[in-house]
Design a protein. Structure first.
Length: 368
């Protein structure tokens, strides 16, 4: 009997909370826990302008001479604190391009030294393709290239950049370095699916296979309830893409996965819970060093009142031990209406699904 091909070996279309039950149990007891994971923004600008990007909505464009980065000393203190506190992973990914920060490579090395799993999501255009880049790959668990076009012409249209060939070369560099050094590194591509780029789904799945990456993941475009990107009011249209997504999945092989985030596509942004309980498990820091429970708080009228603290002015250790930090967590629990204020299919959504089921023990639990 031939074993079925697993198309989501990385469990991207869900959560991995069952593998962190010690932290979940501590939270359930009422302990003040360290987050399991943090998404870390490193800059407030980007060198391309993707048509579906939250950063574009928030105005995070790169302008020469007006750079705003997470400063070096505060950044290195932050990653070391995360190691000491028991944060298990950090992804250098956020509202802008992390490789614009000149301290990104040092942060990767220091994070790994501190015992934190390090990763990066990038458009890849600025990735060093020499010794510095190789050393970074040696200290990363995964690197994911954000690319939603499989041709030069479509790359210009979708990403507002003419650097498609550069992106491909940087992907090849990572794949070749992984093989040459036999690194335990996962190299992947991520496509953000919109109605306007659905014709790129299959070509990108094929391109990923040709380039030798480990996976290509296809996710629905998230949007605010104000429809700022323009997909919130037509989420039902994603159901029309089932056939083309399954065609892309068919390109999965033993050493290459095409992963479709079906759960997000099929639930159309609906939530079956009334509170965001996942706030302390997954945090987000912005490119200028502000810390939040959600990327949606990076700007707008909630920014100041839902800010956990400033990592430039204070250490993460001091912030997590402060009453203010936990007051904000409790404010998220009690004041945020997840049905009216949260953007669609956020990162914490599947974590909330798990926590709401886990916290309420049913009757007759032994009758499985």
């Amino acid at each position: 009997m031939v074993a079925p091909v697993v198309t989501d070996k990385y469990m991207m279309d869900g959560n991995k909370m069952l593998h962190h039950l010690d932290r979940v149990e501590a939270w359930k007891r009422g302990d003040r826990i360290a987050p399991i994971h943090i998404d870390v923004g490193l800059s407030k600008g980007c060198n391309i302008k993707c048509q579906y990007c939250f950063g574009v909505v928030q105005g995070n464009f790169y302008r020469k001479g007006s750079e705003k980065y997470f400063p070096r000393e505060a950044l290195l203190r932050y990653v070391r604190d995360c190691g000491d506190l028991g944060v298990r992973s950090m992804a250098l990914i956020g509202e802008a391009e992390p490789l614009l920060n000149p301290h990104v490579y040092e942060a990767i090395t220091e994070g790994r030294k501190a015992g934190v799993d390090m990763s990066i999501g990038t458009n890849g255009l600025l990735l060093d393709a020499g010794t510095i880049g190789e050393e970074a790959l040696e200290n990363l668990t995964w690197i994911r290239f954000n690319i939603s076009a499989a041709t030069y012409k479509d790359y210009i249209r979708i990403h507002a950049s003419k650097d498609f060939d550069t992106a491909v070369e940087k992907i090849k560099f990572c794949v070749e370095t992984k093989k040459k050094k036999n690194l335990p590194l996962t190299v992947g591509l991520q496509m953000v699916l919109t109605p306007e780029n659905v014709h790129q789904v299959v070509p990108l799945a094929i391109l990923g296979k040709e380039l030798g990456v480990d996976y290509t993941v296809i996710k629905q475009c998230s949007d605010t309830i104000m429809n700022e990107i323009g997909v919130y009011n037509r989420l039902d249209i994603y159901r029309q893409f089932t056939d083309v997504l399954k065609e892309a999945e068919a390109h999965t092989e033993c050493d290459y996965n095409v992963i479709v985030k079906w759960n997000k596509i099929q639930n159309e942004g609906k939530r079956d819970y009334d509170q965001c309980l996942g706030a302390p498990f997954l945090l987000y820091s912005s490119g200028d060093g502000k810390l939040y429970t959600c990327g949606d708080f990076f700007d707008g009228d909630k920014e100041e009142s839902y800010r956990l603290g400033d990592l430039v002015e204070h250490s993460f250790k001091d912030l997590i031990e402060s009453e203010h930090y936990w007051n904000v967590i409790n404010k998220v629990y009690s004041c945020i209406n997840v049905h009216k204020e949260c953007y669609t299919n956020c990162r914490t959504h599947s974590i909330n699904d798990f926590l709401w089921e886990y916290k309420d023990v049913p009757d007759h639990v032994n009758f499985i």
